[in-house]
Design a protein around this ligand. Structure first.
Ligand code: PGA
Length: 360
C-alpha cells in the first residue's frame, strides 16, 4: 500500500508562539500514534527554522509555501531554493491558487520556481485547479489539462529526469476555504482524468503522487481518501487546529491499518484453504502422519485426521467468508457515490465572492 501524504498549509497565519505550540501538539500525536503517512507541515517562511528545530529528529517533514523564481542575488524580499534547502525544507508549494489569483503569478514564474526547487533537491507540490466559473461552465477538465500540459512542457527535461521530485495537488479554487468539496462522482472522474493525462505524457510519470486539497476536514477526509488515485490531502484551515489536523491523520491511519490487516488475514486464509483442499484430495495420510504419528490417534490419527481436517476447513472457510464480506463492505462504502459532499445552499452563497477569482 502506497504511503499516504498529509500536508498542512498554514498560509499567512499564526504567531511564533502559536506555531511552536501547534508543531508540538502535532509532534506529540505523531510520536504517540506512530503514523506511517508522510506528514508535512508548511508554516510561513519566517517560522520555518523554529519549526524545523522542533521536528528535525521526527518523521514530520518541513514544507515551504513559496520560493524565489531566481537563484541567489539582488532580489529583495525573496527566499531562494538554496536558502530553503539550507533551512531543512523538504517540500515547497508552487502554483497555489492564492498566488495565481491574488498575487498574479503565472505559469512562467511557476516553471522557474519548479526548476529552482528541483535544482536544490526539494520536492515540488504543484497546485492546480479550476475556478468556480470554469466549474459552472463545465470546463474543469479543459483547464486541468491546460495547466498540467504547461507544467510538463515547460519543465520537460527536469521532470523527465526527476519525476519523483513532483507531487500534484488538485485544488478546485471554489473549494478552497469555502466548506465546499466536489461530489464523490466528480472526484472519481477528475482524478481518473488527471491520472490518465499525466501517465499519457510519459510513462515515467505514472508514479507521481496526486493530492486533493480544498475544505478538507476530519469529517470528509476519510471519504476523500477512498477516491481512487487520491494519494493524500493538502489541508489549509483545518491544519491550523491541532485537534483537527491530528484527527485527519488518525482517521486515515485507522482506516488503512484496518484494511491492510484485513487484507493480509484474507490472503493467509485463502492460502490455508487451498492447502487444506489439496491435503484432503488424497494427501490426507501424509498430513495425518505429519500431525499424528505417535500422537493422539483420535484427533490427528488416521480417522481423527479426516475429522480434524474437515473441521479446520470449515472454520477457515467461514473465516474466509467473513473477511470477504468485510472487504466487500469496505469497498462498497468506497463506491457509495450518491452522497454529495457539496452543500448546495452554501455553494450559492459563495458564488459572488468567488467571481473575483474568475478571469474572463
Ligand atoms: P482549505 O485550503 O483546506 O482551507 O480549503 C486548502 C489549500 O489552500 O491548500
Amino acid at each position: 500500500m502506497l504511503k499516504k501524504i498529509i500536508a498542512g498549509n498554514w498560509k499567512q497565519n499564526g504567531t511564533l508562539k502559536s506555531s511552536i505550540s501547534l508543531t508540538k501538539k502535532v509532534l506529540q500525536a505523531v510520536k504517540k500514534e506512530k503514523y506511517t503517512h508522510e506528514i508535512i507541515i508548511i508554516p510561513p517562511s519566517i517560522f520555518l527554522l523554529p519549526v524545523k528545530d522542533l521536528i528535525h529528529k521526527s518523521q514530520i517533514k518541513l514544507g515551504a509555501q513559496n520560493v524565489s523564481a531566481f537563484d541567489d542575488g539582488a532580489y529583495t524580499g525573496e527566499i531562494s531554493g538554496s536558502m530553503l534547502k539550507d533551512s531543512g525544507v523538504d517540500y515547497c508549494l508552487v502554483g497555489h491558487s492564492e498566488r495565481r489569483h491574488l498575487l498574479n503569478e503565472d505559469e512562467s514564474a511557476f516553471s522557474s520556481k519548479v526548476s529552482r526547487l528541483i535544482d536544490n533537491d526539494i520536492t515540488v507540490i504543484y497546485c492546480f485547479g479550476e475556478t468556480l466559473n470554469d466549474y459552472k461552465n463545465k470546463k474543469t477538465k479543459i483547464i486541468i489539462k491546460r495547466q498540467l500540459k504547461k507544467l510538463f512542457l515547460n519543465n520537460e527535461n527536469n521532470l523527465k529526469k526527476h519525476s519523483s521530485k513532483l507531487i500534484l495537488a488538485y485544488e478546485p479554487v471554489w473549494a478552497i476555504g469555502t466548506g465546499l468539496v466536489p461530489t464523490p462522482e466528480e472526484l472519481v472522474s477528475i482524478f481518473k482524468y488527471i491520472r490518465d493525462t499525466v501517465n499519457n505524457l510519459d510513462k515515467k510519470y505514472a508514479s507521481i503522487k496526486l493530492l486533493y486539497g480544498g475544505s478538507v476536514t476530519p469529517d470528509n477526509a476519510s471519504s476523500l481518501m477512498d477516491t481512487e488515485h487520491i494519494d493524500g490531502l493538502l489541508i489549509g484551515g483545518a491544519s491550523l487546529i491541532a485537534k483537527k489536523f491530528i484527527d485527519i491523520c488518525s482517521t486515515i491511519w485507522d482506516k488503512y491499518t484496518m484494511q491492510t490487516a484485513l487484507l493480509t488475514i484474507h490472503i493467509i486464509l485463502a492460502v490455508i484453504l487451498v492447502v487444506l483442499v489439496l491435503v484432503q484430495q488424497g494427501k490426507g495420510a501424509d498430513a495425518g502422519a505429519a500431525f499424528g504419528s505417535g500422537a493422539s490417534s483420535t484427533v490427528f490419527g488416521a480417522r481423527g485426521n479426516a475429522t480434524f481436517l474437515n473441521k479446520l476447513t470449515t472454520i477457515v472457510a467461514l473465516s474466509f467468508f467473513v473477511t470477504s464480506l468485510s472487504l466487500a463492505y469496505i469497498s462498497s462504502n468506497k463506491s457509495q457515490t450518491s452522497k454529495s459532499l457539496i452543500n448546495e445552499t452554501v455553494k450559492e452563497e459563495i458564488v459572488d465572492d468567488q467571481e473575483k477569482f474568475d478571469k474572463p
